[in-house]
Design a protein around this ligand. Structure first.
Ligand SMILES: CNc1nc2cc3c(=O)[nH]c(N)nc3c(CCN)c2[nH]1
Length: 373
């Protein structure tokens, strides 16, 4: 915990890195996974449970909170940390991605985006300046630039124009963010799958200067192979001494592959969303607990897991409460998945510090069955 924001690289192993991001609200051990707390809650979890899984930071969303309950109301109530009872760091996304993926009737101009709320149809306007104002009102510790993330596949011209717009918006975000000691502003690299466009984007962001750099524009349907091909060059285009955040990723093997390629932070709804649907991630693969084969199984999801779901309940019980649509079902499986994702991060941090990432990765992949186990 420090009065300012800084990144301390502790060790590297190949391209993989481990370190600590120091912020006034607490330290973030990297590589870090951020649970998604979109509407001021990590769904089905109490904040103290999220902390118990090992999460040092969680993600909030400008788009959702500006629509409901509004950033101004959260500010009047003391800010997002107090509002949701989470006193560790929060990173907030800037809204552009969610507008494009959630709202209707969108109009995109140089100025920003105009859209209709997916909640009540009311019209809203987001610009780099307004996004910075909202994230300041929320009190988030790590603010994301307002950007545009083009849907893939898209032709090179569209990708280039979109990236260039995002770079102009990055400058406007920087100018509007101002000087806020202890708070960080992260730039977001765009450029689709194109190495030269991503290089130009990285250069533009370096010139503006940010406290961290995100690899945006991925996990939008390109598939793991194409994503890893981009990650084979994109992190190296970004400053080596600042955190690198891959947005919206991912499945356990996506996460391991991204850290292997130099990524320090990630966020994804997968562990929480799939936890609510009965999909459990374990070190031996995925368990779809609603499958009838678990109805009489007295074993835990994962005998080696120390989370409350695996310590105190059988597969048969979890199967039952999912079939009965009991609320505890989503709570237990979300807790398990977030716990497991944090175990993967902790395992990689230790392995990288010991120069043993390759062995850890081999062990991670060994014994992972395909399909339901
Ligand atoms: C699930 N896949 C995914 N790809 C993303 C790209 C961006 C992206 O390029 N920009 C921003 N601002 N957010 C993104 C997000 C949201 C992250 N919580 C993404 N999510």
């Amino acid at each position: 915990m420090t009065a300012t924001f800084s990144f301390d690289l502790k060790a590297t192993d190949g391209k993989a890195r481990t370190g600590v991001i120091n912020t006034p609200r607490g330290d973030i051990r990297t590589p870090a996974f951020m649970p998604v707390g979109t509407a001021a809650t990590v769904k089905a979890m109490m904040p103290e449970s999220v902390a118990a899984t090992g999460a040092d930071i969680l993600l909030g969303n400008t788009y959702h909170l500006m629509l409901r309950p509004t950033a101004e109301r959260i500010d009047r109530l003391g800010g997002l940390h107090q509002f949701m009872n989470w006193d560790k760091p929060i990173l907030t996304d800037s809204g552009g991605f969610q507008v494009m993926s959630l709202s209707d009737l969108r109009k995109l101009t140089e100025e920003g985006v105009t859209f209709k709320s997916h909640i009540d149809g009311s019209r809203h306007h987001l610009t780099p300046e307004r996004s910075m104002e909202i994230q300041k009102l929320l009190g988030s510790d790590i603010v994301m630039c307002f950007d545009e993330c083009p849907a893939l596949p898209a032709d090179r011209k569209r990708i280039q124009e979109s990236m260039e717009l995002s770079m102009r918006w990055a400058q406007r975000s920087r100018d509007a963010f101002g000087d806020r000691p202890g708070h960080a502003l992260f730039g977001i690299q765009q450029g689709g799958l194109e190495e030269d466009l991503r290089g130009r984007s990285a250069e533009a962001l370096r010139a503006i200067e940010f406290d961290g750099y995100a690899v945006g524009g991925l996990a939008v349907g390109e598939g793991q192979e194409a994503m890893f091909k981009v990650l084979d060059f994109a992190p190296d285009q970004l400053p080596v001494d600042k955190p690198r955040y891959l947005m919206g990723v991912g499945k356990p093997d996506d996460i391991v592959g991204a850290v292997k390629r130099g990524i320090d932070m990630m966020d994804c709804v997968l562990p929480s969303r799939s936890g609510r649907t009965g999909q459990a991630f374990t070190r031996r693969g995925v368990v779809n607990i609603k499958n009838a084969r678990h109805a009489d199984d007295p074993r835990p999801l994962d005998a080696e897991c120390t989370c409350p779901a695996c310590s105190n309940y059988s597969r048969a019980y979890l199967h039952h409460v999912f079939r009965a649509q009991e609320m505890i079902s989503g709570m237990l499986l979300t807790w398990h998945n977030l716990h497991y994702f944090q175990e993967i991060m902790a395992g990689m941090r230790t392995a990288i510090a010991a120069g043993a990432f390759a062995d850890w990765e081999a062990d991670f992949h060994a014994g992972r069955a395909k399909g339901d186990i």
